[in-house]
Design a protein around this ligand. Structure first.
Ligand code: AMP
Ligand code: ZN
Length: 467
């Protein structure tokens, strides 16, 4: 299996640190708002990597954090007149709902930065003790030039970086020894959440969070560290500087980065305002369509979002689901055996599985893997009929399901829930509330929520939508 490693800028054979095991860390979102579909790309891509590794028999320890303390969270809390904790807890819950909708498996561990501050303080202390960090007026900085390998991931040269930073040096009230140095710990401002440390009441910098959480949950050395390509510099470069200086060993063997999801060829981002949230998409499509759309291209290629491509993804997915339904129908009945004549179809199906695996082994080329799925669908539609043996249909169904499972696509048709059914339940809930039978009213709300129906009580009455 080959993985493109940002460190070497080449595809390398994947050899895990420990046989049969993979330790993988994926930088998670900062939780101050609903996630947009750009944020969803790494979630879907690396969940698919994980699923393939598991299919190959690896025991994958998958860690993905939530950054739940950050300027943007604090700003949002001030706007709403509440605490940063209320904001981050709310959006972690919402993010988990979106992940479930996109069939992204929960990580083995989802650490929260705010619950790991003690470890981060110890980590920073180690860096100070080793001479890689220093404190000035309550702020702790990393001494970038001391780390000889700085720039090895982003392939940047320190002197180029320095000249780019010069204006900053002149204009800023500089207390850093060097403009390249970055923050490990910073003192609180009035009203901000803080933790007590040997240097000041304050909070950690963003980069140290991941170095610490990765170390705590996976150990000093890991197999794969991943995220969107905007994280290569400075976030991942700084993580390497921190972890390798503190632990004295190579941090991660492989660094994987997904390309951007764009809109009109521009990176989708919160700050530019050119985004759709996963929730926006869910109003119009099953989130499986979004997942399928994301996997229709290789993860290192930019992907431009458009209505037409989403429609195309929807139609493609429908074709797979319809073929699967048909196979399932033909596989029902008394046990039989694949006939001599059908052996050829089976053999052909086997070559498509081979093709699928070859594509995935080549740096997770999901675009080619999807092509192999379609070849199987075509074969199923022409090579299996009502007259075929049940065993043939069942075998092809199992194979299609296997490939779809790896992509995180569910091929069983979801039971349709009719609007009338939902409205009848809502009416029953209103009646229960009128009769002060709140237990029953809550029960109905829960039942609806399990069906993926969200209720909102408004002044105009109860509104509902599909989650
Ligand atoms: P953030 O919350 O901005 O730290 O982003 C969380 C994850 O989403 C990171 O891995 C980012 O690299 C990734 N990400 C953000 N915007 C995009 C985008 N437009 N396309 C692909 N990945 C993105
Ligand atoms: Zn990170």
């Amino acid at each position: 299996m080959k993985i493109y490693n940002t460190l070497s800028r080449s595809k390398e054979e994947f050899v895990p640190l420990e046989e049969g095991k993979v330790k993988m860390y994926v930088c998670g979102p900062t939780v101050y708002n609903l996630i947009h579909i750009g944020n969803a790309r790494p979630m879907i891509v690396f969940d698919t990597v994980r699923r393939y590794l598991e299919y190959k028999g690896y025991d994958v320890n998958y860690v993905s954090n939530f950054t739940d303390v950050d300027d943007k969270i604090i700003k949002k809390a001030i706007e709403e007149g509440t605490t940063a904790e209320v904001i981050s807890k709310r959006y972690i819950e919402e993010c988990k709902k979106d992940m479930a909708g996109m069939n992204v498996k929960p990580a083995t561990t989802h650490p929260l930065a705010t619950e790991e501050i003690g470890g981060m303080i110890e980590f920073i202390q180690t860096l100070i003790d080793k001479g890689y960090a220093y404190e000035k007026n309550g702020t702790v900085y990393y001494r970038t030039r001391k780390f000889k390998d700085y720039g090895k991931l982003s392939h940047k040269n320190l002197d180029d970086l320095q000249s780019g930073n010069r204006s900053l040096l002149v204009s800023g009230a500089e207390e850093k020894e060097d403009s390249l140095d970055f923050v490990l710990w910073k003192p609180k401002k009035e009203g901000e959440p803080y933790w007590v440390s040997p240097w000041s009441e304050g909070r950690p910098g963003w980069h140290i969070e991941c170095s610490e959480m990765s170390k705590k949950y996976l150990g000093e050395q890991i197999d794969i560290h991943a995220g969107g390509e905007d994280l290569i510099f400075p976030h991942h470069e700084n993580e390497i500087a921190q972890s390798e200086a503190a632990n004295g060993k190579e941090f991660s063997k492989y660094w994987m980065h997904n390309a951007f999801l764009t809109i009109d060829k521009v990176k989708m981002s919160k700050s530019l305002g050119n985004f759709f949230t996963v929730r926006d998409i869910a109003e119009k499509y099953d989130l499986q369509v979004l997942r399928f759309f994301m996997l229709s291209v290789h993860y290192r290629s930019p992907l431009n979002f458009s209505q037409e491509l989403m429609e195309a993804a929807k139609n493609s997915l429908d074709r797979i689901v319809t073929a699967a339904e048909r196979l399932k129908e033909f596989s029902a009945g008394e046990a039989d055996q694949v006939t001599e004549a059908e052996q050829e179809v089976l053999a052909q199906a086997g070559t498509y599985l081979q093709k699928f695996e070859t594509a995935m082994e080549d740096d997770f080329n999901t675009a080619d893997a999807v092509t192999a799925i379609f070849e199987l669908v075509k074969l199923a539609n022409t090579g299996v009929t009502e007259e075929s043996s049940h065993a043939l249909a069942a075998t092809l169904y199992a194979q299609l399901k296997q490939m779809a499972d790896i992509m995180g696509i569910i091929i069983e048709k979801k039971a349709e829930i009719l609007d009338s059914e939902i409205e009848a339940l809502i009416e029953e809930r209103q009646a229960a509330r009128k009769a002060k039978n709140f237990a029953r009213a809550d029960e109905i709300r829960k039942q609806l929520s399990d069906m993926g129906i969200l209720l909102e009580d408004t002044r105009q009455g109860v509104k509902w939508k599909r989650a």
